[in-house]
Structure formats: C-alpha cells, structure tokens
Design a protein around this ligand. Structure first.
Ligand SMILES: [Zn+2]
Length: 383
C-alpha cells in the first residue's frame, strides 16, 4: 500500500462518510429527465467491475491530495456550523400494526432515522440498513435525534433486510445480530456476505447480489440490486473491496426504490427507464459537500432530480437528521429539498422518527425541522 493510500484510508476510518474523492462528475443538471440513449444505457447495465481487488464506480476517479485530506479532517473535528440541533428532536412511538399489515395491496414505511426504514410492500415486511445503536463506531458520531423508538425484540417476523453497503452507518453489527432470528433473508452487495457470516449468520440466510441482479421471494416480490455512485470500507485497508448499491422492490401491486448512499449520476435515469415509475422513492439528501466530496453524496436539489429521473410519485428523503457526518447545518438538507420539491411539483413525505407513511393518502408533510435557528439559516442561505 502506498503511503498516500494509507493516509487516505486512516482519514476514512475516522470520518466515516467523509470520502475525499474528487470525481469528475457531479455537476447539477437542469430539472428535467430525458431518457438515456441506447448506448449509454447499455454501458450502464453492465455488472460491477473490479480492478486490482477494488470495485469501481461507473465514472473515473481522481485521488485527493494529502494536504487537503488533513485540512478536512481538522475542519470536521474542530469547526462548529449548527451541525446538530440545539433542542432534542421529537420522536414518535412506532405503530407496529402498520408494519404488520397482510394486505396484498398495501404500501407503508416507518422512518427510524438516517437510512433505517421499516417498509411493508404488499404484505411483505422489509427493513433497510437497520441501525439500532446510538453510536455507529468507536470514532463515529452518535445519533442526535433520540433513541430508536422500537427495540429489535418487539419486531414481528421480517421477510427481508436490505443492506446497501458496508459503511458503519448502514451495516451495524449489534443490529444484525439482534435481528438474525427474526429475519428470513438478508440481501447484500457482493463481498458483504462474508462480514455477516463472520458475525455468526448462517450462510444460507444471506443472498449476495451484483448490480442489476434480480432475486425473487415467494414468486411474488422481485428485488433488483442496482448501482449507485459511492464507495465502501470499514477499516484502514478494505476500501472498495465490497460493492455498494440500491434496491428496486417490486411487489404484486406496488413498486419502491431504496437508494442507499449515492452521488448524483445518470444511473438514476437508467434505473427509471428499466424499472420506473416508483410509488415511493427513498433517497439520501444529507452528508453532501459540493467542494470536497461532490460525487459520493447528493446535494438536496440532486435528490429531487434523482427522484424525477426515477419516475417517482412520492419522495421520502433519508440519510439526514440523525448522525453528524458533514459540515452543513443539520436541517439544511430538508430546507433545500423542500424548496426544490415545491419548485418542481414533487410530493414529499417528511415523517419524524417513528412516524409512518401510508401510500397514497397518509403522507406526513410538515416542515418540522424548522426551528428558531431557521430564520438565521435562511438569511445565510439567501432564501
Ligand atoms: Zn456510505
């Protein structure tokens, strides 16, 4: 391992999602969605590619400079920019009856903070990237939106757990072990099965998927693992050794998209062309940084664009309001998402932690993140 790679790996471990990649892409597009041409779509629909043991994104990457990496780490550790709310955020007790529904024509979700969701698609029960723990790693930040309002023991039997990638805020050892006996199947990207098996999970419970690979449950529920523009790694030396991605979930009646972590890229249009439209899209909107890592997390306006690319009906923003992982104020993502959504006529679901969305009529949409600090922030952002 070159010294530069080593330094960069160390920083990654400390900062979790602060991957300091300067990819070439990430420029905001206009708010319209045109189909990709056949050639681009064909290129996009390939399986993942590995080079020297590391998975690659679709678009070429440039390495960060060492000096820049240290500057960022310093800023993250010692700067203060309203990254956490001043007051405790409200949390609602989970209504399990919503998750337990058996109807074959039903769609609901319950947000448990960050990217952790309980979803019922046409009677099938799914969890996404479950994290019950308050702190995701030794160095990592703690949840600032209170405890997860449900314990693993209280959950009913679960059909599937979807794991988007192996970052600590998405793949949590305690949570996976606590869920092991409740869950029929765990679906993971290539390379992640080994981690679960090392934690004691039976091999036969884990299905590993490559990009565009499809898997069926009960001949009724179709899951397709789809690409994202991101990265992976859990320690100093394993960067990009396992794959990252998103999931299309197609039930007998409803269809959803769970986006995992991703920068904005033309993959969203490709996925929309292949599998859209979607009743609900769950897309990340926090942890962005236009200057330092523009391409592995989306800007809030790009979240709205990705939703349009996918052909989504209702956008449920995730990956915000839970862990302090970037420099922006904690509620800025939703200020910007809601502004862009209003501008482009996108319907938003904005539950508080523990609250449920029931498609299509019970869609919480209060701007609950607006606080006393808000006016100050709006002025700063020139809204
Ligand atoms: Zn990530």
């Amino acid at each position: 391992m070159h010294f530069r790679d080593f330094i960069s790996s160390v920083m990654f471990s400390v900062l979790l999602n602060l991957m300091i990649l300067n990819l070439i892409f990430g420029v905001q597009r206009a708010f319209s969605s045109q189909n990709l041409n056949e050639q681009t779509l064909e290129l996009l629909m390939r399986p993942s590619i590995k080079k020297e043991g590391k998975f690659l994104n679709y678009h070429q990457e440039r390495n960060p400079t060492m000096v820049k990496g240290f500057k960022l780490m310093w800023k993250f550790l010692f700067s203060d920019n309203q990254r956490k709310p001043k007051q405790k955020l409200s949390v609602q007790p989970v209504n399990l009856e919503i998750f337990k529904q058996n109807s074959k024509d039903y769609l609901s979700s319950t947000w448990l903070g960050h990217s952790f969701l309980m979803i019922n698609v046409d009677g099938y029960r799914l969890l996404t990237d479950p994290v019950f723990e308050k702190k995701v790693s030794f160095f990592g930040p703690s949840r600032y939106n209170g405890e997860v309002p449900i314990k693993p023991d209280s959950l009913p039997e679960i059909d599937l757990v979807l794991i988007s990638h192996n970052h600590y805020d998405h793949l949590n050892k305690f949570s996976i072990k606590a869920l092991q006996h409740k869950v029929k199947w765990f679906l993971t990207p290539l390379g992640v099965k080994k981690i679960l098996v090392n934690w004691g999970m039976p091999q036969e419970k884990v299905v590993e998927l490559d990009w565009w690979q499809s898997w069926n449950f009960n001949d009724e529920l179709q899951i397709v693992f789809t690409p994202t523009q991101h990265f992976s790694g859990r320690n100093f030396f394993d960067r990009n050794e396992t794959l990252w991605g998103s999931f299309v979930v197609k039930g007998p009646v409803h269809k959803i998209f769970y986006g995992g972590d991703s920068g904005y890229f033309d993959g969203f249009r490709g996925i929309g062309q292949q599998f859209g439209p979607f009743d609900l899209t769950f897309l990340e909107c926090g942890t962005y940084n236009v200057k330092d890592w523009p391409d592995v997390h989306m800007l809030p306006e790009q979240t709205v664009q990705a939703h349009l690319d996918l052909g989504g009906k209702i956008l449920h923003p995730i990956h915000w309001g839970t862990f302090n992982l970037a420099f922006h104020p904690w509620n800025e993502p939703m200020e910007r998402v809601s502004k862009a959504a209003t501008q482009y006529g996108v319907r938003l679901a904005t539950p508080i932690v523990g609250q449920s969305v029931i498609f299509p009529d019970q869609i919480p949409n209060e701007a609950w993140w607006q606080t006393g600090e808000q006016e100050e922030m709006k002025r700063a952002l020139n809204y």
